[in-house]
Design a binder for this molecule. Structure first.
Ligand code: FMN
Length: 163
């Protein structure tokens, strides 16, 4: 699924969704009344665990300390300079506490309905709705169950967003 237009969206109205918070961030990456926030970066190599979990991610570093950790309903545009396609994404920002005590802070975007290698390409990630905090899960199975719910949330949010 691709999305080519942007408009403001209230998470509270997304069907079946119970987001933890609705956070608006302006274009400079600061929390504020204006939203949503966009961050561009070159996709880096992850440790490939995402693919094993069934949820491969495009990873970029997060320079804005004031963007809160957590999981977001987002969109990702590939190569924005040449107006590449935009995809829905479940975006995780944080230190992956399930696997690391003090992991590197990363933005990881799982693009929905997309299966190609993005290493070295520039992506523009837009964070629309803060869905939940990053958590430490007991095991991989619990994390995968939660990510599946996150992806379902993003789809229901998008169904509303595209109307
Ligand atoms: C939608 C989504 C939600 C995530 N939520 C969490 C989380 O709450 N806690 C956590 O430890 N890791 C979370 N992760 C990160 C995964 O641990 C990570 O993607 C996985 O370990 C693969 O890492 P890799 O990209 O370095 O291979 C999430 C990832 C995604 C895509």
């Amino acid at each position: 699924m691709t999305i080519n237009r942007q408009r403001r969206q209230s998470a509270a109205s997304a069907p079946g969704a119970t987001p933890e918070a609705i956070i608006r961030i302006n274009d400079a990456g600061h929390l504020g009344a204006e939203g949503p926030a966009s961050l561009a970066g070159v996709v880096e190599r992850g440790d490939a665990r995402g693919r094993e979990l069934g949820f491969p991610t495009a990873n970029i570093s997060v320079p804005h300390a004031d963007i809160p950790d957590g999981v977001w309903a987002g969109t990702v545009q590939v190569e924005p300079a040449t107006h590449g396609n935009t995809y829905l994404a479940a975006v995780s920002i944080g230190r992956r506490p399930t696997y690391y005590r003090k992991g590197l802070r990363l933005l990881e975007a799982h693009l929905l309905d997309f299966n190609a290698n993005l290493y070295g390409l520039t992506v523009l990630v837009t964070l629309h709705v803060h869905v939940r905090a990053q958590r430490r899960f007991r095991d991989t199975e619990e994390l995968v169950t939660q990510i599946r719910d996150d992806v379902n949330y993003v789809r229901s949010w998008a169904a509303e967003y595209q109307q």
